[in-house]
Design a protein around this ligand. Structure first.
Ligand SMILES: [Zn+2]
Length: 334
């Protein structure tokens, strides 16, 4: 029995190597990310193992800069709505004079209690380079969205900042050092100065454990000023709930919508919308502009680094203003 451990591990690694080779051919073809049918019963654990071991870094890591040459929704510099994307689901939304940071992942020392997936690039922000932050919004508790060292850094720099999380996750805000913590139920809202922040549905769950077992909620956050409406969706699958939100609460000036980590499609489609579905979400919400997030930072799927963005921009052509932003560049929204 004593020799069974290494043998099983070796077998797993062999299967992983085989599956990984087949799973990371590096094409943008949605079909290319599938594990071969014979391995499908093992596909979910293999997928998690591939993320944990960095196997999905074996794709084309080039950032396709042509993606950023499209027409930006360049509003005037004086616009009361500006977005800066820092990678993955981290974005700074400047609206009505306030600065709101979503799902922050900063450059921090490694913390084994908040493990991050293998990354294509170093996080842009650090504690010392943070711009002013008035509030932090957390979509859900997955490690790549609720990153404790990043939250601690923000609470140290901006002790007056407010953090808003889904109900059940509030203790993370307090443990990070925030004194203004809002843990909202679905449909509840909180006022941030003149901004109303409302918890709306997302088709996703928190899985804050290494086994991938659902153990908390996931929401979208609507940020509404007197004359602007923005929806931040950190992670979601596709569903009719967005038509309902669009009908009841739209139209939106802007939606930040996740477009990556949607492969292998048959395995993760219930909680990760494809880039094409992300365009449908923006249409359903009646959004004027849609910015694709949750791509190009972490190796979470058998897809190339730029693949989700290429597919999103292509799917949006002639339908909606679907765009991706270069890292770290503030963009005014008209
Ligand atoms: Zn995610």
């Amino acid at each position: 029995m004593r020799s069974a451990g290494p043998a099983v591990l070796l077998a797993m690694l062999t299967i992983l190597a085989l599956a990984g080779c087949l799973a990371t051919r590096g094409s943008d073809d949605p079909e290319s990310g599938a594990f071969p049918p014979a391995l499908r019963p093992l596909a979910l654990p293999l997928h998690h193992l591939a993320i944990a071991t960095g196997n999905y870094l074996n794709t084309d890591q080039q950032l396709d800069r042509r993606l950023f040459s499209g027409k930006a929704p360049a509003g005037p510099a004086s616009s009361d709505l500006r977005i800066t994307w820092y990678g993955h689901a981290t974005a700074r939304i400047e609206i009505a004079g306030l600065s709101v940071l979503t799902d922050p992942v900063l450059d921090t020392p490694v913390d084994l209690a908040s493990p991050l997936p293998h990354a294509f690039h170093k996080p842009l922000l650090s504690e010392s380079s943070l711009p002013r932050i008035d509030a932090v919004l957390i979509s859900h508790g997955d490690y790549d969205h609720l990153h404790m060292p990043s939250l601690r850094a923000i609470a140290r720099r901006f002790p007056q900042a407010t953090i808003i999380l889904p109900e059940g996750l509030g203790h993370y805000g307090r443990e990070a050092g925030f004194t203004r913590v809002g843990a909202l139920e679905l449909g509840q809202n909180a006022m941030l100065g003149s901004l109303a922040v409302t918890a709306l549905p997302a088709i996703h769950a928190t899985k804050r454990n290494l086994l991938g077992i659902p153990d908390g909620k996931a929401f979208s956050w609507e940020i509404r000023s007197r004359d602007r409406r923005v929806l931040f969706i950190g992670d979601t699958g596709y569903g009719s709930v967005f038509t309902e939100i669009g009908r009841q609460r739209g139209p939106y000036d802007l939606v930040l919508v996740p477009i990556g980590a949607s492969e292998p499609d048959y395995l993760v489609r219930e909680e990760h919308a494809s880039p094409e579905e992300a365009v449908r979400i923006a249409e359903d919400l009646r959004a004027r502009h849609a910015i694709g997030i949750h791509w190009g930072s972490f190796a979470l799927a058998p897809e190339t680094r730029s693949g989700p963005a290429r597919r999103f921009v292509a799917a949006g052509r002639d339908r909606i203003d679907a765009l991706v932003l270069p890292l770290g560049r503030p963009t005014a929204i008209d």
